[in-house]
Design a protein around this ligand. Structure first.
Ligand code: PHE
Length: 343
């Protein structure tokens, strides 16, 4: 009987003497003396076996034990909360948070969206077409004669032996799809991926992206085309750039031209971007050939229009001075990270 008093007194001494410091140690203390399976529970349980005259004394001792354990625990947790050094596990809720790394759009998406935005402000809307095309939409309707070099195996990824199916080589195929389906006025841009069977180098790839534009209505003239190209160049590269048209040839436009802008990097003083010529090429364009309108059942005597096509990679390379086309497809985060603030 005296034993149980001794045991309880020993536990009391133990509680007073214990000095846990870390979170972990304090938790052990709590489990041992205050938890549902604590030593104190066992000692309390022994009360029933004591003779009645001892119960009061024992009960007081038990209360002293419980109070000692509880106040020690309170004291420990309080001091822990105040002293930052003792406990490294309780987070400092006032500390500034970690930076959340910002993702970024791909540079080609940034420029594509910018191009769409620029043209949408003058009434162009987006239309898209399939990347797998038939001969009619990719070539024939666009006035490309059967023996045109662009149809050659070297340029086109054909998908069927009869060469009727292929990966589109340009977004001009979407012109045909749009013109076949509706009546003018129509003012569209066609962004999308195109494919050409070319050797991959810093300047050429087997897949790249274009934004094509098409405007068909009554009385659309070359002056409208020039103004549209000037507007685009200035919105994209800066208000003080100028443009020039060089005569060119595309089977589906007549007349046709290549568009250059004054080098916005060096202001025509000469630099590697413009190869010291003062001008950089941004795309091809022209008045839609009457034969193409006829192919789409539009009356060329009533309607006229212009079309243009630009490479998104090319515009992006000029805008951000990227010198290797392959970077766009490698997904190297060191490259992609540089465009976080560009969007
Ligand atoms: N389709 C031409 C190309 O891929 C570009 C172009 C489009 C030219 C529209 C004129 C008019 O090179």
């Amino acid at each position: 009987m005296e034993e149980i008093f001794e045991q309880a007194n020993a536990v009391l001494e133990e509680i007073k003497a214990s000095a846990p410091t870390t979170n972990e140690e304090i938790e052990q203390f709590r489990i041992k003396y205050l938890g549902t399976k604590s030593i104190l529970k066992d000692l309390f349980g022994a009360m029933g076996k004591l003779p009645n005259e001892k119960k009061k004394e024992y009960g007081q001792l038990m209360n002293a034990l419980k109070d000692a354990a509880q106040s020690k625990f309170d004291e420990l947790t309080q001091s822990l909360g105040q002293s930052k050094n003792v406990n490294k596990e309780i987070p400092d809720l006032t500390a500034p948070g970690f930076d959340v790394p910002l993702g970024t759009r791909h540079p080609l998406s940034i420029i594509k969206n910018k191009m769409i935005d620029i043209f949408s402000r003058i009434g162009f809307v987006v239309a898209e077409g399939p990347e797998i095309e038939d001969d009619w939409h990719n070539f024939s309707a666009l006035n490309l004669p059967a023996d045109h070099p662009a149809r050659d195996m070297q340029d086109t990824f054909f998908l069927s032996e009869d060469k009727n199916w292929m990966l589109r080589t340009h977004t001009s195929s979407v012109q045909i799809r749009v013109m076949e389906g509706q009546k003018p006025p129509m003012r569209y841009v066609f962004p999308g991926r195109v494919y050409r069977n070319e050797t991959i180098t810093a300047r050429a790839h087997c897949t790249f992206h274009q934004v094509e534009g098409l405007y068909i209505d009554e009385n659309v003239s070359f002056a409208d085309l020039k103004q549209t190209m000037l507007y685009f160049a200035q919105e994209m590269f800066g208000r003080n750039v100028e443009i020039r048209f060089r005569p060119s040839f595309f089977p589906f436009t007549e007349p046709s031209a290549e568009v250059d802008v004054t080098c916005f990097v060096c202001n025509q003083k000469g630099c590697p971007v413009c190869k010291y010529s003062g001008w950089v090429e941004i795309g091809g364009c022209g008045m839609v050939d009457p034969a193409v309108l006829e192919n789409c059942k539009l009356d060329p005597k009533k309607y006229s229009g212009f079309a243009f096509g630009m490479g998104i990679e090319r515009i992006t390379m000029l805008k951000y001075q990227v010198n290797d086309l392959r970077l766009f497809l490698e997904n190297d985060v060191r490259f992609l990270k540089q465009f976080v603030s560009a969007q």
